[in-house]
Design a protein around this ligand. Structure first.
Ligand code: FRU
Length: 464
């Protein structure tokens, strides 16, 4: 393990990440006796993906997280000997049950397992009869991708989705049913994707009722790397999903989202924010992967899926800078630091490009531009590094984002070290990474100040 460096200004200050090593998907998110529990894919050996365990963190407010000892580790000579892959935690009549995918050493066998937790979710006893589900339905063809159980209860029954693909066809979300979390009956595919359009394999499906609709969110695993996240909003009829809308959930580094309803019934979603730098750089940093700020989900009047950072984040807001169009010039604003929460409203009108530039170097050769293009109706993130560097991803990012009639552009931007979360009008999401070369990266510049209706920037304090 490489110790993490306290001078490492790429490391976020108010997003959760473990003290060191590799983290990917959020797992088992649940509020239990008032406390929020976040489990996560974790490699205790270093900042690379291998030897998956469930790490564990708790929070009373979704903002301040405390990392706890590892919750679930692989057991030799068992169905999870090669790793504890992603899954969820459910409340089985007052007892916490983790449902996860156990894998063998080369991940060629993926089966679903359960473990029962103690009252504070720190100790987990694996079920002696694991795995509880191992048969891959024959109609999937030749595949080893069969994982990421997402479980919910309806009346006396449990339902579960498994993420997979149908060979040669595309990603698939499979629906199962059980009376007891142990005996699972396969019902049918809930959704089958088209490989050419939607990628090779689906991971980490979430399926849940939101207001009077059902929402399906998946992560697309491309041939090489994770690529994208998608969602559908629709209806459920006889346990068959009828999609009414398909959209990109996030056009950037957000992946493997996991939602739950908290004890007040709030739908919250967590996501892994991937790195945008080389494996060597991740190893050298000693850490890899960040959790997005948990967000509250809702549907707008046109049934688009909206997400807003949990309002609890506002408790970290410190120094506040407020501007309207008249105060703003073309120059950089005197706002420093790499831990900012920004709310900006633009009256886009006929103006073509507006937005915000962040993390600019003093000489201006390096910056991130978050731009809205009103003609193309796209939200884009352009990353400009001082020097071309093959170790850093600077590919343009963008998502279609049409404004409704009379609607202003509302941007919420969270900057934290190398993390940038951008949300436009609650529904257009681009998560980005930028590894500034100077700790002193300054400022914030408005693109097209005349279009600004309001701009509020808060410096955020550390969450530890
Ligand atoms: C998604 C994923 C899951 C799997 C886990 C393994 O990022 O590949 O499908 O369960 O990560 O770490």
């Amino acid at each position: 393990m490489t110790p993490t460096n306290p001078q490492d200004f790429h490391r976020p200050a108010y997003h959760f990440l473990p003290a060191a090593n590799w983290m990917n998907d959020p797992n088992g998110v649940i509020q239990w006796n008032g406390r929020y529990h976040l489990f996560f894919q974790y490699n205790p050996d270093g900042a690379y993906h291998a030897n998956m365990h469930w790490g564990h963190a708790v929070s009373d407010d979704l903002v301040h997280w405390q990392e706890l000892p590892i919750a679930i580790a692989p057991t030799p000579n068992s169905p999870d000997r090669g790793g504890i892959f992603s899954g969820c935690v459910v409340n089985d009549d007052g007892r916490p049950v983790a449902v996860y995918t156990g894998v063998n050493d080369d991940y060629s066998v993926q089966t679903q397992c359960i473990a029962r937790g103690n009252e504070d979710l720190t100790r987990w006893e694996k079920f002696a009869g694991n795995p509880v589900l191992s048969d891959v339905p024959a109609h999937l063809g030749q595949t080893r991708d069969f994982r990421d159980p997402f479980v919910w209860r309806e009346g006396d029954l449990w339902f579960m989705t498994i993420s997979a693909h149908i060979a040669g066809v595309g990603g698939a979300v499979l629906l199962y049913r059980s009376p007891d979390l142990v005996d699972w009956e396969y019902l049918h595919p809930l959704y089958v994707g088209e490989r050419a359009r939607q990628g090779r394999n689906f991971e980490c499906a979430n399926f849940f009722r939101l207001e009077d609709k059902w929402v399906l969110i998946i992560s697309v695993q491309g041939d090489q790397t994770p690529t994208n996240t998608l969602y559908w909003v629709g209806r459920l009829k006889n346990h068959r999903f009828v999609s009414e809308r398909e959209c990109v959930y996030d056009a950037g580094y957000s992946y493997a989202s996991l939602m739950h309803f908290d004890e007040s019934g709030r739908p919250l979603i967590y996501s892994w924010i991937r790195e945008g730098r080389s494996a060597d750089q991740q190893l050298a940093a000693g850490w890899s992967g960040v959790q997005a700020i948990p967000r509250v989900l809702s549907l707008d009047e046109r049934n688009r899926l909206c997400s807003e950072p949990a309002p609890e984040l506002k408790t970290l807001r410190g120094a506040h800078h407020s501007f309207n169009g008249a105060d703003l010039g073309e120059g950089p604003l005197p706002i420093r630091g790499l831990a900012l929460d920004i709310e900006a409203e633009f009256d886009v009108g006929g103006d073509r490009i507006c937005g915000i530039e962040l993390a600019a170097s003093a000489d201006g050769s390096e910056k991130v531009a978050i731009q809205y293009d009103s003609l193309a109706q796209t939200l884009n993130v352009h990353r400009q590094y001082r020097h071309e560097n093959p170790e850093l991803d600077s590919a343009p990012q963008g998502i279609p984002h049409a404004l409704d009639l009379g609607e202003t552009l509302q941007l919420r931007i969270l900057l934290d070290g190398s993390v940038i979360e951008v949300i436009a009008n609650g529904r257009g999401r681009v998560t980005s990474r930028f590894y500034a070369s100077e700790a002193t990266s300054q400022g914030l510049r408005v693109i097209n100040p005349a279009a600004v209706a309001s701009l509020d920037v808060w410096q955020l304090s550390n969450n530890s």
